[in-house]
Design a protein around this ligand. Structure first.
Ligand SMILES: NC(=O)c1ccc[n+]([C@@H]2O[C@H](COP(=O)([O-])OP(=O)(O)OC[C@H]3O[C@@H](n4cnc5c(N)ncnc54)[C@H](OP(=O)(O)O)[C@@H]3O)[C@@H](O)[C@H]2O)c1
Length: 265
């Protein structure tokens, strides 16, 4: 059954979600489908996207399109943009694709760093650039860029992850200033540890979930519903979960006060 959508819009349009073959992205797809949005699902694993597409079309009678793309490649991002340019009701863009690397900066090959920069930062920048003109014209839109709590609680043991997730959070904050008055809402979603496939990939090999207490983990369902509920809030940075929020806000204040004390300010 279709439920009321989180924006209270009468005619929900389409939502494009990157990284929707699993985890947080697949959950965004489920919750937005339930709210009556048509979907464009983007990721590399076609089988997973097709299976999710079939389930959601059958359950909610919405249209779901699958775009197979490797977002570390500029050419694949351009192909997604070609499709964006053809859609005349793109209400929601969720830049969510991402991956982690559990390794030392110098031990990781250079091109893997470039891949991470492209998936976490270049792709959201390109897709926002392509999407905002249409949303501005229609005077409505929501952009959620999935960052991470590590954008706030900086961790030098995962340099590129922290750097790219910080970049997308800052980009989102600055973009909000630019789109003021256009009817577009922007959020940088900063989850903490979330159950998904994130920690099962080759690049996270060796990671064990029980290194962290069960109460430090959240379910993707919770992260996504809190994120959608918070879209209209004033702050661009959104940290789901009280525990994450507590640690994040303390560190954000510390970081800000560090900058505020800078001599060059
Ligand atoms: N889980 C956590 O603890 C956590 C915490 C903070 C932030 N996050 C962020 O949340 C986002 C979603 O992650 P998740 O936790 O849901 O993990 P996940 O289940 O592993 O999902 C990651 C998604 O990104 C896609 N992806 C990865 N590389 C891609 C590429 N080169 N091109 C296109 N798509 C790509 C994957 O699809 P394919 O493999 O099919 O391409 C998958 O759909 C990520 O940005 C992650 O950094 C996660």
């Amino acid at each position: 059954m279709i439920s009321e959508n989180f924006m209270g819009w009468e005619n929900p349009g389409s939502a494009l979600i990157t990284g929707s073959s699993s985890g947080i992205g697949a959950e965004f797809a489920r919750q937005l489908a339930q709210q009556g949005f048509d979907l464009i699902l983007v990721a590399r694993r076609k089988g997973k996207l097709d299976a999710l597409s079939k389930t959601l079309q059958e359950k909610y009678s919405i249209n779901v399109e699958v775009l197979v793309a490797d977002l570390s490649k500029i050419s694949d991002n351009e192909q997604v943009i070609s499709r964006i340019n053809e859609i005349n009701n793109l209400d929601i863009l969720i830049n969510n694709a991402g991956f982690g690397i559990l390794d030392n900066f110098l031990q990781i090959e250079r091109m893997k760093h470039v891949e991470m920069i492209n998936v976490h930062f270049t792709s959201p920048v390109m897709l926002c650039h392509a999407t905002i003109p249409g949303m501005t014209k229609r005077k409505r839109g929501v952009i959620i860029n999935t960052s991470s709590i590590f954008a706030i609680n900086k961790d030098s043991s995962i340099i590129m992850y922290t750097a790219t997730k910080s970049a997308v959070a800052i980009f989102s904050e600055l973009l909000k200033v630019k789109v003021k008055g256009t009817g577009i809402y922007i959020q940088a979603l900063c989850p903490g540890f979330t159950y998904s496939e994130f920690h099962d990939t080759d690049t996270m090999s060796g990671f064990q979930r029980d290194w962290y207490q069960p109460e430090q983990w959240m379910k993707a369902e919770e992260v996504v519903s809190l994120s959608l509920d918070a879209v209209k809030s004033k702050s661009v940075i959104f940290i789901p979960g009280e525990r994450n929020k507590e640690s994040g806000m303390i560190n954000r204040k510390k970081n800000l006060s560090k900058y505020l004390n800078c001599e060059w300010l």
